[in-house]
Design a protein around this ligand. Structure first.
Ligand code: ZN
Length: 97
């Protein structure tokens, strides 16, 4: 019978490119009001650390076109939890070849 266990890593997760396949973060540009998006399908966290804020970067094309003073912004994102779910079947134990 299959078993499921869930783990919650603590501290820094030793993954250089941690893709999350989760919803996009959308914020409003403080300069022009445009919607700025951070898409976790294409971008990643590098060595995420549980309980630590990471600064996610946004670039505003509209402010860049207008030659504004600031075109790059960040928003702090707290990494609250990362979970890993494993499934296995104890009846599938086999000798290693
Ligand atoms: Zn802008």
């Amino acid at each position: 019978m299959k078993q499921v266990i869930v783990g919650h890593p603590e501290g820094e997760v030793q993954v250089k490119r941690f893709y999350m396949n989760c919803p996009t973060i959308v914020v409003e540009c403080p300069g022009c009001g445009s919607k700025l998006a951070y898409d976790f399908d294409e971008q990643y966290l590098s060595y995420p650390e549980i309980g630590v804020k990471e600064h996610i970067g946004f670039y505003c094309d509209k402010c860049s076109e207008a030659d504004a003073e600031c075109v790059e912004y960040t928003v702090p994102v707290l990494i609250k939890d990362i979970s890993v779910t494993l499934e296995y079947d104890p009846d599938e134990v086999k000798p290693e070849l």
